[in-house]
Design a binder for this molecule. Structure first.
Ligand code: AHN
Ligand code: ZN
Length: 281
């Protein structure tokens, strides 16, 4: 339902009406779930020079606790379906059922659970903006470094609380497709191997080891990188990919609700809840 609600706004691409409305929806829902809300607004520069009106949205639970866990997901959609098999679609926006809405949807349900039952530790849920404005395949000009993950780069340089610390962070990205596989992503293993082990062990204990596979995966440029490299919070990425990439519908016109599977969402959400409620101060 939370994924459908986001998709119903249309593609939540930067500077669009759908993006504005979806941001407001996320604020309203996270407030309803009892989160203490911080909105971080910033004008960020895209690779093409566009000024992107970004909103990072933070919902904090158990604010009195100094031991904190950071959970994050990007909420923006990609303006270009540059991996679509039909080149005529390469400049059309992605609807983003999986690529954005899935991770946010799981974190919304986790927020609802946190309100129903308080964990021992504090939890901060961070919805980062402007992850998916990375330079498209069809662009042939000079390459820009760091054109992805603009919202998380901004947050890592300007955390919503000065001197912010968390024990560790967990990023969700594309966690909604049927039969998803989450390899142990390379940067996660470099910066936060103990967090990878903790999460994969919890998944296995819950019978979700067909999703959280015991396999090393290549390094992915994603929102966990600035969190590890700039603010220094050990952070892992739970992200679907395999030898062939991020799946057939990635950055295409077919990233739609038909390709979302509740069973996968449950595997991810239940694993995270297990990890959160076992954490002690
Ligand atoms: C790159 O394609 C460089 N990174 C994947 C990050 C991403 C894009 N996640 C969702 N969309
Ligand atoms: Zn994407």
């Amino acid at each position: 339902g939370y994924i459908q609600a986001q998709v119903n706004f249309g593609p939540r691409t930067p500077n669009s009406k759908a993006h504005d409305k979806c941001g407001d929806y996320l604020l309203k829902e996270m407030t309803r779930f009892g989160g203490q809300i911080t909105v971080q607004k910033a004008d960020l520069k895209g690779w093409d020079g566009t000024t992107l009106k970004a909103r990072n949205i933070i919902a904090s639970f158990n604010t009195e606790k100094t031991t904190r866990i950071l959970l994050l997901s990007h909420w923006d959609c990609r303006p270009w379906s540059d991996h679509d098999p039909n080149p005529a679609n390469h400049k059309k926006p992605v609807l983003g059922a999986n690529d954005a809405a899935s991770g946010v949807g799981v974190l919304m349900e986790i927020a609802r659970q946190l309100q129903a039952q308080k964990p021992t530790v504090g939890v901060d849920i961070l919805f980062v903006d402007m992850e998916d404005y990375g330079e498209p395949q069809w662009y042939e000009g000079e390459k820009t470094e760091d054109s992805w993950c603009l919202g998380s780069q901004y947050w890592a340089k300007n955390p919503h609380v000065p001197g912010y610390r968390a024990r560790y962070g967990i990023l969700l990205d594309m966690v909604g497709v049927p039969n998803a596989t989450f390899p142990k992503e390379q940067h996660s293993m470099y910066y936060a191997p103990h967090v990878v082990e903790k999460v994969w062990n919890e998944a296995t204990a819950n019978g979700f080891d067909t999703y959280f596979i015991n396999k090393q995966g290549g390094g992915i440029t994603d929102d966990h990188l600035p969190i590890n490299q700039i603010i220094g919070i050990p952070t892992i990425d739970i992200i679907h990919y395999d030898e062939n990439g991020f799946g057939d519908f990635w950055h295409t016109q077919n990233d739609t609700m038909e390709n979302i599977d509740k069973t996968t969402l449950k595997a991810v959400g239940q694993t995270l809840l297990g990890v959160i409620y076992k954490e002690i101060e």
